[in-house]
Design a protein around this ligand. Structure first.
Ligand code: NAP
Length: 317
């Protein structure tokens, strides 16, 4: 007999991604109880009809499925296994779906501890950015038991369009790290293309219009390059989170003796964004490193351009 569609969702972590994902669940008719460490971030969800919980434990108590999307491995451990954590409130049969990007090894450890209490876990990290979260078009890569994924598929379908079972616990996270390697190099490709165009005096808008439609097209060109041209460095995905993911990818690659020279380079270049105080900026801020390296102006309001303007020197390009 097929298990009933899970109806009650506990949702933990209402950051850039989580708040849109929780709203999409509510739009599909799920009963959502939210918890966020900073309570003020719960307000828009409560106004939209969600119930509020005072702890992850309370968010889990009535839930069929508990979703977590917080920052890093220790944060997921804390909200699931820590004091007042999900594990204290969840009943046997509850499914915990962690949609954060974290260490595959930590994921396997959390899954094992939950299993001792009869609680199933899926690692289900996502890609598609803030835009995909808002539009409910995320790609979701899933690790854990296939039958648990099938039970939870309607929940994931409220947030994403492409949902693929990758294998056992941790395989979703490993797939996400593949994604991050590719994303990082697309970001560098976009940044170098824009720097080259700016220095050569090519019209950036026209270049993007024609290049996006051809073999060089990418998510970065469609979604991030227009932000650069507007001088918009607000985060869809923060530099410090990209750095966390590249550290995870480089660690895993190191354990396999697999060189990832391009990924290492992007990691080093983004360290320069952090050194200039841009860790909370969006990853499109990588173009600012190329502006500094090449003495070229790309976006209209990058911090570096503002500094040049204050110092009275004129960047070329
Ligand atoms: P974000 O805006 O910084 O949100 C992070 C959330 O985690 C906030 O709700 C924060 O609570 C919560 N949090 C962090 N540490 C916590 C802790 N120790 N205990 C309780 N809550 C904690 O980040 P985001 O962009 O939504 O990213 C969330 C996850 O999704 C990350 O793993 C990221 O790598 C992944 N991801 C992001 C994107 C993207 O484009 N943004 C795309 C794919 C995957 P507070 O409000 O209290 O700070």
């Amino acid at each position: 007999m097929q298990a009933a569609r899970p109806e009650r969702i506990g949702f933990i972590g209402l950051g850039i991604m989580g708040r849109s994902m929780a709203l999409n669940l509510m739009r599909r008719g799920f009963h959502v109880t939210v918890w966020n460490r900073t309570r003020a971030r719960m307000e828009p969800l409560l106004a939209a009809g969600a119930r509020g919980a005072s702890s992850p434990k309370e968010a889990a108590r009535e839930a069929d499925v508990v979703i977590t999307i917080v920052t890093d491995s220790p944060d997921v451990e804390q909200v699931i296994l820590g004091p007042e954590g999900v594990i204290e409130g969840a009943r046997p049969g509850t499914v915990v779906i962690d949609m954060s990007t974290i260490s595959p090894a930590v994921t396997r450890r959390i899954a094992a501890q939950l299993a001792e209490r009869g609680i199933d876990m899926l690692d289900a990290p996502v890609t598609g950015g803030d835009v995909g979260a808002r539009e409910g078009t995320l790609s979701i890569m899933v690790g854990g038991k296939a039958e648990v994924l099938e039970r939870c598929r309607p929940v994931l379908e409220a947030m994403g369009r492409t949902i693929v079972h990758m294998g056992d616990h941790g395989m979703g996270q490993l797939c996400k790290l593949c994604n991050q390697v590719i994303v990082a190099l697309n970001l560098l490709a976009m940044s170098e293309g824009l720097a080259f165009a700016a220095k050569a005096g090519v019209d950036l808008e026209k270049m993007l219009a024609v290049v996006r439609a051809g073999a060089a097209g990418s998510w970065a060109l469609d979604n991030l390059a227009p932000r650069v041209l507007r001088g918009d460095y607000r985060p869809g995905f923060m530099v410090r989170l990209q750095q966390k993911d590249l550290r995870l990818a480089l660690d895993a690659a190191g354990q396999m003796n697999l060189p990832l020279p391009g990924t290492s380079l992007v990691h080093q270049l983004l360290a320069s964004v952090e050194a200039y105080g841009g860790g909370d900026d969006g990853t499109q801020a990588l173009v600012q490193v190329l502006e500094r390296l090449g003495n070229v102006r790309i976006g209209p309001h990058s911090k570096e351009v503002e500094r040049w303007a204050m110092e009275g020197s004129t960047p070329t390009g």
